[in-house]
Design a protein around this ligand. Structure first.
Ligand SMILES: NC(=O)C1=CN([C@@H]2O[C@H](COP(=O)(O)OP(=O)(O)OC[C@H]3O[C@@H](n4cnc5c(N)ncnc54)[C@H](OP(=O)(O)O)[C@@H]3O)[C@@H](O)[C@H]2O)C=CC1
Ligand SMILES: O=C1O[C@H](COP(=O)(O)O)[C@@H](O)[C@H](O)[C@H]1O
Length: 506
């Protein structure tokens, strides 16, 4: 299918993107491919530069070779145009720099201070794709070497801390060098096309908003399921776990977009103000509620997509007997006028049967049935927003079964498939977000107070788990998590929306 939508993207001002951690997994797998694809779409102005930075003693030529390989591996073949790849590689440079010493900083300053001749003023961006422990030292050095100019921007990768205090510490250190409007905290879920579409669905249609409240909605489910395990990131993951890695950021941002009031406009602070109100309205899960409202799981050896996979404890970099969770299910409530009493059930895990993220809005049952017994069970309406893959919005309704012989009802779905409706390629979240930084649009980035409010809610759960000294419940890789996750929702007389999903792989 043609890529007509992204081929006509408007050009932006030239930029200097300095990527700290430029040789790392994130830069090679996501950032460079995303920048190449935006360049291919015509959004990268001539004279723009991408400067990879890390301690490795590479030449610019070595770095270009690495980038070329990364593009070959991570950009689909039909998007790789040799002439455009060559043009993109020309924009790349590399400087060895140590974030925690003075090594390489003068060279980096020299590069940034000497742009290509005749280039118009460029947007200066520092992307910190490194461990968060380096954010403070890197920003200190950016200031010490005069690189943190008043107009420059800094992008922070997640995780922003591992609890409230460490998040505040990072925010303080970065905030001592950059003002809040200069800081872009990435949550790549906000860059996903269908996640942004939640705003269009809710506030671009008159149909749903009158029903979008506790009077009409029984509950909400959010599932973010992955088939992958911890891959090469065991060292990081074991210190993190599913609540810190996925729930505190990505899933809570989804809760915000489902739960927030209509912002006064799409202006960045309006949207972020509304999300913040949701985060501040999250009902604290008390220590006595942890056992009933949360479930932790850890995968054991099993099969995913027809192939055998090892258990978490046998993955590289995972210490023997680790008690880190690779699966979380929990029930939360937004304690406000709109949502009082409506449970939000969240679950996320690795090594589940399918890579699939979706939001299910389960409406209440009709209050009175006029249909005779035998007309079929009346199922409550359900709106399903599939975020990935096969992006779609499906509305499940009851309809009459066609034909004579009385009234029989049957559920059926109105299905808005994005691929069928719009065709083309959906840009990766990083493509959108990297260019939003160039534009200076931080709507889809997290503000300091959002990150800290999310930690404020999540931290007592982490503390509760720690004080209970319980190991996560085991689940077989390729299943939908531990049985306790099913019990969590079934205790309330509800079930996970699994009926249209692949079942366990064996
Ligand atoms: N990989 C992913 O999919 C995702 C990663 N993240 C986060 O992004 C960050 C980076 O992740 P990832 O790329 O996987 O990590 P990697 O370990 O693959 O890369 C780390 C990078 O940091 C560089 N680095 C380490 N120490 C220094 C230093 N003192 N000075 C300068 N550079 C340094 C490394 O190069 P060198 O050793 O040569 O200095 C390397 O380029 C992490 O915080 C991670 O949690 C977030 C979302 C997804
Ligand atoms: O931030 C993260 O997200 C990925 C999942 O992202 P997706 O876009 O593939 O859904 C997850 O694998 C990783 O552990 C986490 O750090």
């Amino acid at each position: 299918m043609s890529n007509s939508r992204s081929a006509v993207a408007p050009a932006l001002p030239p930029f200097d993107y300095t990527v700290f951690g430029g040789t790392g997994d994130l830069a090679l797998r996501k950032l460079l491919p995303a920048l190449y694809l935006r360049d291919k779409a015509g959004q990268v102005a001539d004279g723009s530069r991408i400067i990879g930075v890390s301690r490795s003693p590479l030449s610019p030529g070595d770095y270009r070779a690495k980038a070329e390989q990364a593009i070959a591996e991570h950009v689909p073949a039909d998007e790789r145009d040799p002439a455009l790849v060559a043009r993109f590689l020309e924009r790349l440079d590399y400087v060895p720099v140590n974030a925690t010493s003075d090594e390489g900083w003068d060279e980096l300053a020299g590069r940034l201070d000497h742009p290509p001749a005749g280039r118009e003023p460029a947007v200066r961006i520092f992307y910190l794709a490194t461990s968060p422990s380096l954010f403070g030292p890197t920003c200190d050095q950016l200031r010490a070497f005069g690189l943190a100019t008043p107009d420059s921007r800094v992008v922070l990768e997640k995780p922003i801390g591992r609890d409230l205090a460490s998040a505040q510490d990072i925010n303080d250190r970065v905030g001592a060098v950059f003002t809040e409007p200069q800081i872009y905290r990435i949550d790549h879920y906000l860059g996903k096309e269908t996640v942004q579409n939640l705003l269009a669905l809710r506030f671009g249609n008159s149909l749903f908003e009158p029903l979008w409240n506790a009077d009409h909605i029984d509950h909400v489910q959010i599932t973010v399921a992955e088939t992958v395990g911890v891959e090469e990131r065991g060292g990081y993951y074991d210190q993190s776990g599913a609540l810190r890695d996925m729930v505190q950021n990505h899933l809570l941002q989804l809760v915000c977009l489902v739960g927030m009031e209509c912002p006064i406009s799409l202006a960045q602070e309006s949207v972020r103000d509304e999300k913040l109100k949701v985060l501040r309205s999250l009902k604290a899960i008390g220590q006595d509620e942890i056992a009933g409202c949360t479930v932790r799981g850890q995968y054991r050896a099993g099969a995913v997509a027809g192939g055998a996979v090892p258990g978490y404890l046998d993955e590289p970099g995972i210490p023997a007997g680790s008690g880190t969770e690779t699966f979380v299910a929990l029930k939360l409530e937004i304690d406000n006028w709109r949502w009082a009493g409506v449970p939000f059930y969240l679950r996320s895990g690795k090594r589940l049967p399918a890579k699939m993220s979706e939001i299910v809005i389960q409406f209440r049952s009709i209050r009175h049935s006029i249909f005779p017994q035998g007309a079929g069970e009346l199922q409550a309406n359900r709106l399903i927003v599939r975020l990935q893959p096969d992006e779609s919005i499906r509305l499940h309704l009851m309809t009459k079964e066609p034909g004579p012989g009385g009234m029989r009802l049957r559920p059926a779905a109105l299905n808005l498939s994005f691929a069928q409706t719009f065709g083309g390629r959906f840009p990766d979240a990083y493509e959108r977000l990297l260019m939003d930084v160039v534009r200076g649009n931080s709507t889809l980035f997290m503000r300091r107070d959002e990150v800290e409010a999310a930690w404020q809610w999540a931290e007592p759960i982490l503390d509760g788990w720690k004080s209970r000294h319980e190991m996560p419940k085991p689940y077989i890789a390729g299943t939908w998590g531990p049985s306790q996750s099913i019990a969590l929702i079934e205790r309330d007389g509800r079930t996970w929306h699994d009926d249209e999903l692949p079942s366990a792989a064996f």
